[in-house]
Design a protein around this ligand. Structure first.
Ligand code: ZN
Length: 215
């Protein structure tokens, strides 16, 4: 939603409601990232205005304190940054106990090995394919090997861990991410800068499914 019109968020959600599987909400605190978006009250009101499950991506400095509340408020998935968490294991358990999928995000400079011990607690791994903080950035193709490694780690657990990519996902990059093993795709600018956002979601899905290494 970072690329949507923030003054009309509920309307913007409705524009993709028939096409998208989830609504991805980028929460930024102007501390973990140099940008500020919205927090729990706005997320709660958006969740009331849509039937889509909320995928909350928390780019915040103190997820240990704030992340469980998003799960308690009814988010379907809560992602926190591994770089920001004091006790990632405990946090994942709290998120799951509150009924949401637990997910961890890695900035481009963070090595995938830091989450190996956390795998049993995870429902999703988010590989950032831009530096978090702003929409509209170019896709970082050098993150594709990291997506592959995340996929390999996820598969090794034998559980259904999703691998999500976020940042610069459009019709040119989405197929490469799917080939590398991603199975959840966040598209912001590509969707909201399109004339018909819902149709763009469908087109993106078709390209990803055509390239998918992990159906
Ligand atoms: Zn995001």
């Amino acid at each position: 939603m970072l690329n949507a019109d923030l003054a009309h968020l509920a309307d913007e959600v409705r524009r993709v409601e028939q096409a998208a599987d989830w609504i991805h909400l980028d929460v930024m605190d102007n501390q973990f990232v140099p940008n500020l978006t919205f927090g729990l009250p706005v997320v709660e009101s958006l969740m009331r205005s849509t039937s889509l499950p909320a995928d909350c991506h928390l780019m915040i400095a103190d997820p240990d304190r704030w992340a469980p509340a998003y799960a308690e408020a009814g988010a379907g998935s809560v992602t926190f940054h591994v770089e920001a968490a004091d006790n990632a294991t405990r946090l994942c358990r709290e998120i799951r106990a509150a009924g949401a999928r637990a997910s961890v995000a890695l900035k481009p400079g963070t090595d995938i090995s830091v989450i190996e011990e956390l795998l049993p607690e995870l429902d999703m791994i988010l590989i950032m394919t831009v530096e978090p903080g702003f929409g509209g950035q170019s896709f970082m193709a050098d993150m594709l090997p990291k997506v592959q490694r995340a996929r390999a780690l996820a598969d090794r657990t034998g559980t259904d861990i999703w691998v999500q990519v976020d940042g610069g996902i459009d019709l040119t990059s989405i197929g490469r991410c799917a080939e590398a093993g991603a199975d959840v795709f966040v598209a912001g600018s590509a969707v909201y800068r399109a004339d018909d956002p819902a149709r763009m979601v469908d087109e993106l899905r078709t390209v990803a499914q055509g390239a998918c290494a992990h159906p």
